[in-house]
Design a binder for this molecule. Structure first.
Ligand code: GDP
Ligand code: MG
Length: 297
């Protein structure tokens, strides 16, 4: 089960379209060092990204600024092909002066839009490669207090360019009650600063099950996540992915313990297509319009 990502369970109609085309999905992770980005990537896609080839992005100025690295994998499930790219951004927030640490990340997102725009302008547009970032998972330190200035600045700079998915990192370091309070505080801060995060849309034609599923996902935002690449024995003798404490085991895949399952569900099962559509129809379209206007086209 560990190697099962779940994207081939996409809703039927979408599924049929995707089977024909195969599809591309690019997820980016951003957050300060040590918040568990690499671990979460492995937890999300472990066997899929087996022996990943890490490709430093061109122009990445190693050591002095945020590095941007991408990992590619081609996976197939139930006859559905997915080209998955995970973009990691080590170095974010690690420097004495973090004033513009969002800049290399914005540049990377825009460079990917430019590459897409360039393809659209070619005569032959049949073979488009979609390397645009479809989801940006932003890691918030589990201080239990409020967003930090760096979080607010990053989200403000990026929210109109990419689907932002905020998560509370290392949620196992907070109690359940602390998580609830922290979530409310984060949402209040986000609203106060006028930040747009990705909101799973709902439709009138949705059936009750879908509405319920959506509601459960939305109610967990910002997802309180726990990552782990270890298998540990649970008190009742199961082998689980989790983190061991003297007082017990936190299970990554147990919805009673954290929101990891909900995050994965939204990313690869229920909302992958929505994330791609919103990127194309709204975020990219706005970028493209502004760019072409600036060029006087
Ligand atoms: P990155 O710098 O953001 O990529 O963070 P890493 O994934 O390298 O993790 C940094 C450290 O935090 C490692 O020792 C991980 O084992 C640990 N870690 C990762 N995820 C979690 C988590 O969810 N909870 C706890 N308690 N520790 C974690
Ligand atoms: Mg890392």
């Amino acid at each position: 089960l560990a190697s099962w990502v779940g994207f081939s369970n996409l809703p039927n109609q979408v599924h049929r379209r995707s089977v024909r085309r195969g599809f591309q999905f690019v997820a980016m992770v951003v957050g300060e060092s040590g918040l568990g980005k690499s671990t979460l990537i492995n937890t999300l896609f472990e066997d899929t990204l087996y022996q990943p080839k890490v490709i430093p992005e061109p122009g990445a100025d190693r050591g002095r600024t945020v590095q941007i690295e991408s990992i590619n994998a081609e996976i197939e499930e139930n006859g559905v092909r997915l080209k998955l790219t995970v973009v990691d951004t080590p170095g974010f927030g690690d420097f004495v002066n973090n004033d513009e640490c969002w800049k290399p990340i914005l540049d990377n997102i825009e460079a990917r839009y430019d590459a897409y725009l360039e393809q659209e302008n070619r005569v032959n547009r049949l073979k488009m490669t979609d390397n645009r970032v479809h989801a940006c998972i932003y890691f918030i330190q589990s201080t239990g207090h409020a967003l930090k200035p760096i979080d607010i600045e990053f989200m403000k700079q990026l929210h109109n360019k990419v689907n932002l998915i905020p998560v509370i990192a290392k949620a196992d370091t907070l109690t359940e009650e602390e998580v609830d309070v922290f979530k409310r505080r984060i949402l209040a801060d986000i609203e106060h600063h006028g930040i747009n995060i990705f909101q799973p849309p709902s439709y009138e034609r949705d059936d009750d099950e879908t509405i319920q599923e959506n509601h459960e996902i939305i109610s967990k935002i910002p997802f309180a996540v726990v990552g782990s690449d270890h298998i540990v024995p649970s008190p009742d003798g199961r082998q689980v992915r989790g983190r061991e404490y003297p007082w017990g085991v936190i299970e990554v895949d147990n919805e009673q313990h954290c929101d990891f399952v909900k995050l994965r569900q939204m990313l690869v099962r229920t909302h992958m297509e929505e994330l791609r559509e919103h990127t194309n129809d709204i975020l990219y379209e706005r970028y493209r319009t502004e760019k072409l206007q600036a060029m006087g086209v």
